[in-house]
Design a binder for this molecule. Structure first.
Ligand code: SF4
Length: 399
């Protein structure tokens, strides 16, 4: 700890909405008592949402994984197949993707997260075609997808600038970026886990370009692959600096590395206390980012509930389909009824939100809660036809 830091004084200042330095954030992250840290973050959250501070939100969305073929070979990834691995590699047809969109609409979903590998053949034209087709058939679905890494890749394949790639996919139907691929932005841990990805600076530069062009995004952080506490705080600093210029990051979403089926297997995961401390520090340090999301998918439902008392205002989504994180071992799954229950028993009023965080349905009377348990998360091999992990959860047919 920095010998000159008065933890209690910094915590008080942060809780009152004062900006803290990266050094102070690191001291708080390392040394502040856990409950005091959570209480300070919760105070900031309540102040920011004065009037609706009793509400916590969730969204119904579907991740659509269009291909697992990828040239980038990130060491933490259990999802990808190298292009030469034709047995393991797959790509979904546009027809299949549209069927998944139809199911999403049927189940009350409002958002699509298009997520996949860096396929060597997929340039800007591929995304233009797919986004335009989705918007043509399902104009009500928000396409909140991809991130700077995909932009860098598709621009390279098509021989255009990142700015042109963003303009074109936005014109074709992309509404906002999901901020995928941030992983860890500082150079050392990023090179250690994703040596073939663009640098953290480049990731931020592309996001900044998107924000300037009117395409907002969320931001993410992958915790637990061997990074130091200082590198975690540096990741937050890099995001805050860009946000000071653009205001385009709607939310910050940390999640924890899952250790199965990938090259980093066996390395330490972030502990759940470290995760809660990160949620709280993010709320205190990222004073310019509106929403902090707790992740039940990688940390479990109870930790998700706790995160709502450590500064988070959102519990993410009922993922109607998820194949990436679950391939690496995330086994938690939920459904709309349960997510509503989790939020309510954490002491908040649940509200279904839009991608832009407006409240679509506020569940203020438990007597009116939905009783439709079909709105269920499907994990990895359940969503992939022929999968066996949870055969009772067959993907719903569009018929
Ligand atoms: S994380 Fe994404 S870019 Fe990296 S190997 Fe997996 S699919 Fe490819």
């Amino acid at each position: 700890m920095n010998a000159t830091t008065d933890i209690a004084a910094v915590l008080d200042r942060a809780a009152d909405g004062g900006r803290i330095t990266p050094e102070e954030a690191l001291d708080l992250y390392r040394s502040a008592p856990l409950h005091a840290l959570g209480a300070a973050a919760d105070k900031v959250r309540r102040k920011r949402y004065a009037g609706t501070e009793h509400i916590a939100t969730y969204i119904i969305e579907r991740n659509i994984n269009y291909t697992n073929v990828c040239v980038t070979a990130c060491k933490f990834c259990a999802f990808y197949a190298a292009p030469k691995d034709t047995e393991k590699g797959w790509s979904r047809s546009l027809e299949d993707i549209l069927r998944r969109c139809a199911e999403t609409v049927e189940l009350g979903g409002t958002q699509i997260m298009f997520q996949g590998g860096h396929h060597p053949d997929y340039g800007v034209e591929f995304y233009e075609e797919h986004f335009a087709a989705i918007k043509r058939e399902f104009p009500q679905l928000v396409i909140h997808s991809l991130g700077a890494s995909e932009v860098e890749h598709m621009a390279r394949i098509s021989g255009v600038t990142a700015e042109e790639a963003i303009r074109r996919i936005h014109a074709a139907g992309l509404d906002s970026f999901a901020g995928a691929g941030a992983e860890l932005l500082p150079e050392r841990p990023r090179k250690a886990i994703a040596p073939l990805k663009e640098s953290g600076e480049r990731w931020l530069e592309i996001m900044e370009t998107a924000h300037r062009l009117g395409v907002e995004s969320t931001s993410t952080m992958l915790m637990g692959t061997g990074e130091t506490n200082a590198e975690r705080i540096e990741h937050l600093r890099m995001i805050r600096d860009v946000q000071d210029r653009t205001g385009g990051f709607r939310a910050f979403i940390p999640y924890t590395y899952q250790p199965e089926n990938n090259h980093l297997k066996g390395q330490t995961q972030a502990t759940l206390f470290e995760y809660l401390r990160m949620i709280a520090i993010a709320r205190l340090f990222l004073d310019n980012v509106a929403h902090i999301q707790g992740s039940w998918l990688t940390t479990g439902k109870e930790v998700g509930q706790l995160s709502l008392h450590y500064g988070a205002d959102d519990l993410g989504s009922v993922m109607l389909e998820e194949n990436v994180v679950s391939s690496a071992g995330a086994k938690h799954r939920s459904n709309r009824m349960e997510l509503i229950h989790l939020i309510r028993t954490a002491g908040r009023v649940p509200a279904q939100r839009a991608t832009t965080y407006e409240h679509l349905v506020v569940h203020d009377d438990p007597a009116n809660d939905p009783v439709d348990d079909h709105v269920v998360s499907h994990l990895s091999s359940t969503a992939i036809e022929g999968g066996t992990a949870h055969p009772e959860l067959k993907i719903l047919s569009s018929n």
